[in-house]
Write a protein that binds this ligand. Structure first.
Ligand code: ADP
Ligand code: 5GP
Length: 205
């Protein structure tokens, strides 16, 4: 049977380990496409334009909003972040699993627009204190930025039950196993399949 495209949304407080988890499991996830978001925040040391994000000015971002280029966008920690529509449509049409790392606002929008093909997982640390320690030890953000992210995290955690799955990223290997399982299950969601087509084929044999 033709492979169906699907979307897997990962959300969770900045610093909970989403990028680390993805790096740890990407070889175990078949044919996927990571959605590269566009942002107005400054690149962190080591981040590459076109790999981690497309880094743009606020003016460019606002122009793209006007032109309707985004599937979703949101203001997070004082910066714009958004998912461009075109590459997502292409990847889904090619039967890929499209992975998004977006915030809770973006999740709400994508769910509304593409519910049938979305599976989502909320990832967090065991506690707020662990989050603070991880953000500090990552050593990429100023104290002020870390403070903003921690404040935001206290709101974000309240949304975890809106997601299909929930991972506490304590032991990286355990959390990785759960993420691989969720990525596999996202590809066999019943609503991905066209009922008329499936039933007609099934009856014809
Ligand atoms: P996010 O992508 O969610 O913002 P990162 O992947 O950048 O988070 O992780 C934040 C920090 O936490 C990094 O320094 C990373 O090495 C560390 N980290 C990630 N997962 C774990 C874990 N399970 N245990 C301890 N530290 C972790
Ligand atoms: P960071 O600055 O740490 O890379 O990301 C900050 C937050 O923005 C994270 O919660 C991340 O999931 C979210 N984010 C990244 N890209 C997007 C996007 O395209 N749309 C939305 N809505 N959120 C995003």
């Amino acid at each position: 049977m033709e492979k169906k495209g699907a979307i897997l949304i990962l959300s969770g407080p900045s610093g909970c380990g989403k990028s680390t988890l993805l790096k740890n499991v990407y070889k175990q996830i078949g044919d996927y496409h990571f959605s590269i978001s566009t942002t107005t925040r400054e690149p962190r040391e080591g981040e590459v334009d076109g790999v981690d994000y497309y880094f743009v000015s606020r003016e460019e971002f606002e122009e793209d909003i006007k032109k309707g280029h985004f599937l979703e966008w949101a203001e997070v920690h004082g910066n714009y972040y958004g998912t461009s529509l075109k590459p997502i449509i292409s990847a889904v049409n090619e039967g890929k699993l499209v992975i998004f790392d977006i915030d809770v606002q973006g999740h709400t929008i994508v769910r509304k627009k593409l519910d049938n093909i979305v599976t989502s997982v909320f990832i967090t640390t065991p506690s707020l204190m662990d989050l603070e320690n991880r953000l500090k030890s990552r050593n990429t953000d100023s104290d002020e930025v870390i403070e903003k992210r921690l404040t935001n995290a206290k709101t974000e955690i309240k949304y975890f039950r809106k997601y299909d799955y929930f991972i506490i990223n304590d032991d990286l290997e355990e959390a990785s196993k759960s993420l691989v399982a969720i990525a596999n299950i996202a590809r066999v969601k019943a609503k991905l399949f066209n009922d008329e087509e499936i039933i007609a084929k099934w009856l014809a044999k």
